[in-house]
Design a protein around this ligand. Structure first.
Ligand SMILES: C[S@@+](CC[C@H](N)C(=O)[O-])C[C@H]1O[C@@H](n2cnc3c(N)ncnc32)[C@H](O)[C@@H]1O
Length: 315
């Protein structure tokens, strides 16, 4: 731990696809054999990244067995850039103990009318919150509905983290059916959660305002589902339906504030729906949480502030 932030070793940083410029110290002091093994594993999914790492090792003469690195580098010469449509597997680590691997296209903004092919910063921030918060704060959250799940990072973090024994059921939903049967399902397999599908885990389509809400939920979560105000009418119709379920106590929404006007409209919709809203954590009010996400999860600065809103209905 440094300043309350857990450290990530170089082997995990490689799986996080940490930029090579930040890896010099780690690469220099790494065990050669372990490093080579890790690079061979990554080679299968991201040869361009391995090429960049090996370049640093060769240029700085960081390891004695330089021949192995030279040979590999020559094999990799053909890879001149990262194809944004190509799948990669990124490791997310929360609180130094929850490991989630995600099959995604990390450089793809949007394709086939969905933004769900990659994991967004707000999802990492929500997962960091879930992994660090005291158990009281999520007390009573045992049947969870995730809206706009995309790659599934938040539900997987819940299922692998400290609340796993309290969870009865997790509905992992998105409006895009292809995403659900493709990437989302593959991420549950990748994290060895396949056996939970159909049991504790339900992967299903939930198009906001159109599809029905499971009638046993007590908590709703969503990350980066407030990026487009044209979706708010449907999103809020869905949230109002959620709160019609008697057991539903609260909803946690992690929002990246790219545009203050969109955020203002979001809060206005909350007000119009008679929802109470609290900011329970934000990168602006809690710099330590920002540092944790930037330094131990994403290895880069956040593009914009992130808020986690708790929404509920006063009884
Ligand atoms: C920006 S992505 C966020 C994905 C994921 N939560 C994350 O933060 O990495 C927004 C997600 O919401 C889903 N979505 C957008 N409009 C929707 C709608 N009307 N109903 C259900 N899901 C929707 C998209 O398919 C996409 O997966």
């Amino acid at each position: 731990m440094v300043n309350g932030i857990s450290e990530v070793n170089v082997y995990d940083r490689l799986l996080q696809r940490c930029p090579v410029t930040k890896l010099h110290d780690g690469l220099k002091s790494a065990d050669s054999e372990k490093l080579r093994d890790r690079l061979v594993t990554i080679l299968e999914v991201n040869p361009y990244y391995v090429k960049q790492v090996i370049r640093v090792i060769i240029d700085n003469n960081y390891h004695n067995d330089i021949e192995w690195f030279y040979e590999k580098y020559v094999d990799l010469l053909q890879y001149s850039s990262m194809d944004s449509k190509k799948m990669d597997i990124i490791r997310y680590i929360f609180n130094g103990e929850v490991y989630v691997d995600i099959n995604e296209r990390p450089n793809l903004i949007s394709a086939m009318s969905t933004t769900g092919f990659r994991t967004w910063e707000a999802a990492s921030y929500l997962c960091d919150y879930i992994s660090n918060v005291d158990t009281e704060s999520l007390n009573g959250c045992s049947t969870v509905l995730e809206l706009g799940a995309g790659t599934g990072l938040c539900s997987l973090t819940l299922l692998k983290g400290k609340f796993q024994d309290d969870l009865k059921k997790v509905y992992v939903t998105d409006g895009d059916t292809e995403l659900i049967s493709g990437q989302l399902l593959s991420n549950f397999k990748l994290n060895e959660m396949e056996h939970e599908i159909g049991q504790k885990v339900k992967l299903q389509r939930l198009l906001w305002g159109e599809d029905s809400i499971p009638n046993d939920i007590d908590c709703v979560i969503g990350a980066d589902v407030t990026y487009d105000d044209t979706l708010f009418d449907d999103l809020f119709k869905c949230l109002r339906q959620c709160f019609e379920i008697e057991s539903c106590k609260m909803c946690l929404i992690a929002s990246t504030i790219r545009n203050v006007e969109t955020d203002r409209k979001f809060l206005e919709h909350c007000h119009d729906s008679d929802f109470k809203v609290e900011i329970i954590q934000s990168t602006e009010l809690d710099p330590q949480s920002k540092a944790r996400v930037e330094q131990t999860i994403l290895n880069k600065p956040l593009i914009a502030p992130i808020m986690i809103y708790k929404i509920y209905k006063e009884i």
